[in-house]
Design a protein around this ligand. Sequence first.
Ligand code: UFG
Length: 334
Amino acid sequence: MILVTGGAGYIGSHTVINLLDAGYDIVVFDNLETGHIETIETLKQIGNIKFLKGDLRNIDDINKVFETYDIDVVVHFAAFSLVGESVVNPLKYYRNNTFGTLNLLESMINHDVKKIVFSSTCATYGEPEYTPIDEKHPQNPINAYGASKLMIERMMKDFDAAYGLKSIKLRYFNVAGCDKLSRVGEWHDPETHLIPNILKSTFGTGQTFKIFGDDYDTPDGTCIRDYVNVEDLAQAHRLALEYLNRENKSDVFNLGTEKGDSVKTVFNVCEQVLNKKIPVEVVERRPGDPAKLYADAGKAKSILKWQPERNIENSISSAYKWECRLQSKENAHV
Ligand code: UFG
């Protein structure tokens, strides 16, 4: 069986669907602090998953999973992932992400489970020295979120050398879009990400979308990011897992489209896809935002045979369908 930690969250739930479609048996472990029980209920309707509520900060919780189920491999998402929050509350990030993963790895070793696919991030690179960013780019994170994940990468390297624990580290760029059938989606509270924030401004709540700075050293002055579709990302996890099972060796891959889009471009595409005017204003820069990040994902393409299939328009339209569902859910609760 495959253990998916954080399977009630955004990327985790999409990966669970991909793995269920491929016929795998899944156990989801999640503390439901940022994940949602409704997501677990939806996943249970899609396929045969087991769910255990627990917290990685408590090693007894994770030991119970390995004692109860016959786990061969782990796909590890469970983490906090808000860059801004990590700067003001680094303790929370090192405790949950780094220490929680240490518990997970310890429990894996004690139960003789030696394979893990890990959700890392391009935030481990820090301020780019060059673009596109490949896996050899120096890793100098500029916030506690990136640092908490970089420490995990380092633990995995040492645990491979000492205990033979094999890991695939996947460094994602900006994840976008939702399940094409809107069964699961991006559901953060508070929401800080670009595309859901643009879409939320279209619902007549009086909220104006805010562009964080238009004086960056980029062609239109707004930040450039590489928006990779979440279903493409889920597929990359399956390919990484199968590669790990086949080759039994550790490696690291960037996951991005290799194409950079500016905030203004994404905003314009949203207006086109939705065919409506969206209220917008330019405000101050958000601290800690690098001007330009996009991936060299050639290694994932050549070794994992991964090919992103969905473009930014696809991501925006699936995100919009999901956002409509979320809005109707919220209105139903009023
Ligand atoms: N932005 C706006 N207005 C908003 C929200 C975002 O202008 O309301 C801008 C940001 O300033 C940034 C771009 O849109 O330039 C993308 O911002 P996101 O918050 O969507 O994503 P980030 O690039 O900040 O962060 C993402 C992931 C992190 C990961 C990071 C790596 O969410 O988990 O990429 O840099 F660490």
